[in-house]
Design a protein around this ligand. Structure first.
Ligand code: MRU
Length: 351
């Protein structure tokens, strides 16, 4: 299997070592999160981004919080406060809350301990991290099999869903990486992904590192590329999937799915089970993050619109399940996703 050498998150005794994604591809810089405040800041300012990567980082953030408490007798309420703080770092990707829930379960199991259970928390964070990489590899195999059904093709992707966005390998980009290794993909069309440019800055960089053939296009060229017959699949990741299969992902995914349906192009969403939020009946309930106006007002340091103009900058949208051909998870593929099929999959796994 084609593997990525990129390591975006590393646990280093007293710090989380993060590859600073704000500086890529120009600079290879490291950000050290040494406490909860640093961790929240790293997630909020997108030093680290991508749903699974945010969850892994937050889990390590709980370990940093535990370490800072030393041997305090009142460790539990203080740790709970830090967990709450970590949960405020970004709102849309449910993997953040999923990972914090896993860490909270460890805290609950040690409720009668007189000292903070740092070792147990670290073990759980490491497990979450390792598991994500394994899940991505399994997901990639399922996704590649699906591509094999349609034969050798070119694909389009949006945002960055690669090693940088996960514990390694990637979700949608993991599928692409594996399918390319299997000789199933000949070219990747990378949308630049306005306004933060995850496609241009991160996905293009990841693919180039591994000599996977790509071309970068502006987001609004997608329809033309589809019309020209240059892509057979749109392959994207997800930040939260509701119980009925509606998918929140990077802004623009919804329009791409509409365009794909119009052009008869298949839409694949690759996401681990930790991205499902079965507490939400539909995607209408998914909180959509809006980010700072400067992302649109400026290009680098240069002002590109009036300083006073009102700006609306939602950074995720929700693609209705009806526009999705398949959701690929580590446990298998859900074709034409629906509430019933998703419930069936989770029920089967629970039994
Ligand atoms: O704002 P970002 O860069 O965190 O958004 C990331 C995405 O939308 C990804 O597509 C999603 O998290 C899936 S990543 C494996």
């Amino acid at each position: 299997m084609t593997e990525s050498m990129i390591v975006p998150i590393r646990w280093q005794d007293d710090a989380i070592e993060l590859l600073d994604q704000r500086a890529l591809p120009g600079k290879y810089e490291t950000f050290y999160a040494r406490d909860v405040t640093d961790t929240v800041e790293a997630i909020r300012s997108m030093v680290v981004r991508g749903a699974p990567a945010i969850g892994i980082t937050a889990a390590y953030g709980v370990v940093l919080a535990a370490k800072s408490l030393g041997t305090s007798a009142d460790w539990q309420p203080r740790l709970d406060e830090d967990v709450k703080l970590l949960a405020t770092s970004r709102p849309t990707a449910v993997n953040l809350f999923w990972a914090l829930e896993r860490m909270k379960n460890v805290i609950t199991r040690h409720i009668y301990a007189t000292v903070v259970p740092t070792e147990a928390l670290l073990e759980e964070a490491l497990r979450i991290h390792r598991q994500d990489l394994q899940d991505n590899q399994a997901m990639a195999r399922h996704g590649a099999q699906l591509i094999a059904e349609t034969g050798n093709c070119e694909v389009m992707t949006h945002c960055n869903t690669g090693a940088l966005a996960t514990g390694g390998h990637g979700t949608a980009l993991g599928v692409i990486r594996t399918a390319w290794g299997d000789g199933l993909i000949s070219h990747v069309h990378v949308n630049e992904t306005r306004p933060w440019l995850q496609g241009a800055r991160l996905t293009a960089w990841e693919l180039e590192q591994e000599n996977i053939p790509l071309s970068l296009n502006i987001d609004s060229a997608a329809s033309l590329i589809m019309k020209q017959g240059k892509t057979q699949w749109l392959i994207v990741g997800a930040d939260r999937i509701a119980a009925n299969g509606d998918v929140a992902n990077k802004i623009g995914t919804f329009s791409l799915a509409v365009q794909a349906r119009y052009h008869g192009i298949k839409v694949m969403v690759a996401a681990p089970l930790s991205t499902f939020d079965l507490t939400l009946a539909t995607g209408d309930e998914i909180p959509i993050e809006t980010r700072d106006a400067t992302e649109l007002r400026q290009s680098g340091e240069r002002l590109v619109t009036s300083e006073t103009i009102d700006i609306y900058n939602p950074v995720f949208d929700v693609t209705p399940a009806a526009l999705i051909d398949a959701i690929v998870t580590e446990k298998g593929v859900i074709k034409a996703p629906s509430a019933k099929k998703i419930a069936m999959m989770f029920n089967t796994l629970a039994n």
